[in-house]
Design a protein around this ligand. Structure first.
Ligand code: ZN
Ligand code: ZN
Length: 138
């Protein structure tokens, strides 16, 4: 078993998950652009029961996802670091890869490419999907 520990920049919030994520994605949707101030969000998908908060309580913001089900964003109310988005349609968290102390994961796919800005940067040798891979989500 390998434990991956993450935190916000100021240290008020800490969390962990165990073992490898289900998926690791670059998401280029408009919501992720707004959240990051960039072309993409680097998310590690972790099943809901595998993510534990160990310090502090994150602030949250909820919106309706494409599926009509809620997406709950968790962030630090002190330093505003985005920590994860709870995707209720899939019962998983999309954890910010950059909030981990040791980020050894690489993206396995690019999603919502149809929403990417014209200047977006895509990793080489990683499949691109206009929205989601067939059979996943929506
Ligand atoms: Zn913080
Ligand atoms: Zn997104």
């Amino acid at each position: 078993m390998e434990r991956h520990i993450g935190s916000c920049r100021c240290g008020d919030i800490e969390f962990y998950f165990d073992n490898d994520p289900i998926n690791s994605i670059f998401c280029y949707c408009k919501e992720c652009q707004a959240l990051t101030g960039s072309d993409k969000w680097f998310g590690l998908w972790v099943s809901k029961d595998n993510l534990k908060f160990t310090k502090g309580t994150p602030s949250s913001y909820t919106r309706s996802g494409d599926s009509g089900k809620e997406v709950n964003y968790h962030f630090c109310g002190t330093c505003s670091t985005a920590l994860c988005a709870e995707v209720t349609a899939g019962v998983f968290y999309s954890v910010s890869a950059t909030s981990l102390r040791s980020n050894k994961f690489a993206p396995k796919m690019s999603i919502y490419v149809s929403s990417a800005p014209s200047w977006a940067v895509f990793p080489n040798d990683v499949p691109k999907f206009d929205i989601l891979p067939p059979g996943m989500g929506s």
